[in-house]
Design a protein around this ligand. Sequence first.
Ligand code: ZN
Ligand code: ZN
Length: 347
Amino acid sequence: MNARVERLRGLLTEPLLVTAAVNVRYLTGLGSSNAALLVEPERVRLFSDFRYAEAARAVEGAEFVQTTRDLVAALAELLDGPIGFEAEALSYADHRTLAGAGLELVPRSGLVERLRAVKEDGELDAIRAAAAVTDRVYERLAQERFTGRTERELARRVEGLLREEGADATSFPVIVATGENGARPHAVPGERTIESGQTVVVDAGCTLDGYASDCTRTFSTGQLPEQLEEAYRVCLEAQLAGLAAVRPGARSRAVDAVAREVIDATGFAGAFGHGLGHGVGLHVHEAPTLSPRTSAEETLEAGNVVTVEPGIYLEGLGGIRIEDIVVVGADGPEVLSPFTKELLTVE
Ligand code: ZN
Ligand code: ZN
């Protein structure tokens, strides 16, 4: 059986029913919207309907069981005994169906996610490739005119550039936020026209061969209000401090704190309202999390891939965010988004 399933077995106290599509894909290579994997000590069964039968049969080390399209109803008939389920993935209705058939269901969290957090070499290469696409897009974007275009126009342009540079898709809807809208960390690009003398936050990433990238840069469209210039300087200092703290064994919460303290020691205290970063892999947001709310025991491991993305959000004025994607390497952080972090002025 494959090494990923073997590692998962080491974490289990009862058989685990894997129903999150991304986790089934991680463990078997099968991309399916209707599949489940049951991992037991002595056997592994992969359940799916006829649409995926050929691909599922080709999965090594798993017995394929063809079910009807109503996968959960089929599982309810086929399975019994105590079974762990993925509490974040199984819907309430599906849980009721399985419990109604007499299965003894044990909620489990984060088991496959814990494995996914530590990347293998091949996965790191895929993320490096996705990050390189995104980096080339920032290089090209910096040559373009920003002012006079709406946020939405520029966001579509970024999506187009990602495609041109080889992305399979965007890993999340591109954020372009200018002026007051930039003060919202999850701003939705709208009809606001970019004017001179503003910051423009551009947060973009792509997927390539299944793996995601994520990067943010903040551009200036000419002379900024002094407060925003100062905020950029502080944000960059916080970002560099956070990056320097990324190493195997570092407590995730402490990495967040290092960056946060830089901002909180200034007049911008409290203006950084989200966590410092998140893991990136098959999903653009996954384990581990760098945040004040991360459990105190969680530490970074070699092979994690995380973002470091402090922001300073000034209501009514504008926002700054600077985000790199980095591999937690045994010899220090490997930054996959080398595009400049000096404040770039565009037209
Ligand atoms: Zn981002
Ligand atoms: Zn991010």
